[in-house]
Design a protein around this ligand. Structure first.
Ligand SMILES: CCCCC/C=C\C/C=C\CCCCCCCC(=O)SCCNC(=O)CCNC(=O)[C@H](O)C(C)(C)COP(=O)(O)OP(=O)(O)OC[C@H]1O[C@@H](n2cnc3c(N)ncnc32)[C@H](O)[C@@H]1OP(=O)(O)O
Ligand code: TJR
Length: 354
């Protein structure tokens, strides 16, 4: 193992990274709160500022994936459609199998310049996450309790609000509604059987209501659905912990662009359409497991420097006061305080390595 790789596994590096992420995140949350008085005066400006602030936080995790772990997402897609990515609004339908699927999605967003404005349909609990959940509130993410009667009006209103969004956005929808596990797969295939639907091997049965409502409410705003299928070479099981330790993964993402006009308006037809889409996605995954690749030409969109520059900027800015604090601590001469600090860091290090 080289020195750099060894360093990437060290607790101190992880501490610096997490410190930078959470402290910059809190400052960004604070700046977002400061935009509140601007909303009634100039809503579009407030939204644009929030996109930039959102970018400044989200891109740090993208920098971690792209520059720290060196992970590159290989894209399989039609070159004609490639020209349109980032230049239009889209609904992204993505499988939900991996711990870092959202991060792989974000690098794709970053490379096509829509990271700050990217959105998703997420469970309500995520809105309470410190830093990231609070940031999403200002980015107009759509949160649901997954109880249709309670969600209906808020869901529709949140989608309607996006109709005049000032930046191009991608709206992520995990139609399976939860991350794939063998147990959830077994249950959902029982539902498939009851509904006389073909069984899926690599996906859960999609929940169709959210997709239909999103498509209906974003007609005229969104140009297409990007049907995205993600997998990892060599049966890798990527984790956030691995990324933080600088482990390099090999994701492949197959993206098909489907114009929104081609999706049926009627609820039952739209549901049948989505089920058919998942049957196709399942076939792509099955072929991938046999051949190790998706159909279509491959391309790796170029990595941009902004995520790295932003990350280094925040790290330098925030390390400076931390170093001052440590110097002051040593100068204070209080053995008790110094020992308490060392003990705290050592305990953190042990915990980290368990
Ligand atoms: C690659 C590019 C990426 C770009 C990335 C861009 C942006 C990224 C931004 C941020 C990244 C952050 C990532 C965060 C990820 C967050 C992930 C989540 O939180 S997932 C959870 C939330 N999302 C969803 O739930 C969406 C899917 N669900 C739906 O759409 C649902 O329809 C619903 C809207 C929640 C409503 O659900 P509800 O159950 O109330 O109603 P439904 O009509 O849908 O369901 C009833 C229907 O379902 C049948 N049923 C019962 N059990 C099952 C089962 N196990 N599987 C399937 N179906 C089931 C039941 O019989 C009913 O059927 P019927 O109506 O016919 O009677
Ligand atoms: C510089 C970077 C610093 C390192 C820190 C990295 C932090 C990365 C940013 C965190 C972003 C958090 C995004 C959370 C996304 C979690 C996805 C998720 O939770 O999906 C839930 C679904 O599955 C449904 O779950 P179920 O309740 O059905 O089960």
């Amino acid at each position: 193992m080289g020195l750099v790789q060894w360093l990437k596994g060290q607790f101190l590096c992880h501490l610096v990274i997490c410190y930078g992420f959470f402290v910059s995140g809190l400052l960004i949350n604070l700046l977002q709160i400061c935009t509140l008085p601007l909303w009634p005066i100039n809503k579009q400006l407030a939204r644009r500022i929030n996109c930039k602030l959102g970018y400044s936080l989200t891109s740090q995790s993208v920098a971690l994936l792209e520059w720290w772990s060196g992970t590159e997402v290989t894209l399989y897609t039609d070159p004609e459609n490639y020209q349109l990515y980032g230049k239009e609004n889209a609904i992204v339908v993505l499988n939900h199998n991996f711990e870092i699927d959202f991060l792989c999605g974000w690098t794709f967003c970053e490379r096509f310049g829509v990271l700050g404005a990217s959105k998703c349909l997420a469970k309500k609990e995520l809105s309470y996450l410190p830093v990231i959940g609070w940031m999403w509130y200002f980015l107009e993410m759509v949160f649901i309790k997954r109880k249709w009667e309670e969600d209906k009006s808020n869901f529709v209103q949140s989608l309607q609000n996006l109709r005049d969004y000032p930046e191009n956005f991608w709206f992520l929808l995990h139609c399976e509604g939860t991350r794939f596990t063998e147990e959830k797969h077994r249950v959902s295939m029982e539902v498939a059987e009851k509904k006389s639907l073909p069984k899926l091997k690599h996906h859960l049965l999609p929940r169709t209501k959210g997709f239909w409502v999103a498509v209906q409410n974003l007609r005229g705003t969104v140009a297409a659905v990007y049907c995205c299928t993600l997998n990892f070479r060599n049966n890798e099981t990527p984790t956030l912990w691995g990324v933080l330790n600088g482990e390099k993964y090999h994701p492949d993402l197959y993206v098909r662009r489907i114009p929104l006009e081609s999706i049926p308006e009627d609820e039952a037809e739209c549901s049948a359409w989505l089920h058919k889409l998942y049957q196709e996605k399942d076939k792509f995954q099955e072929d991938y497991s046999q051949t190790g690749c998706f159909p279509g030409p491959k391309v790796t969109p170029p990595r941009r420097p902004w995520a790295l520059i932003n990350w280094l900027g925040w790290t330098c800015l925030l390390l400076y006061p931390l170093c001052l604090l440590l110097v002051q601590l040593v100068n204070s001469g209080s053995i008790l305080t110094i020992m308490a600090t060392v003990a705290f860091c050592a305990a953190g290090g042990c915990y980290w390595n368990i």
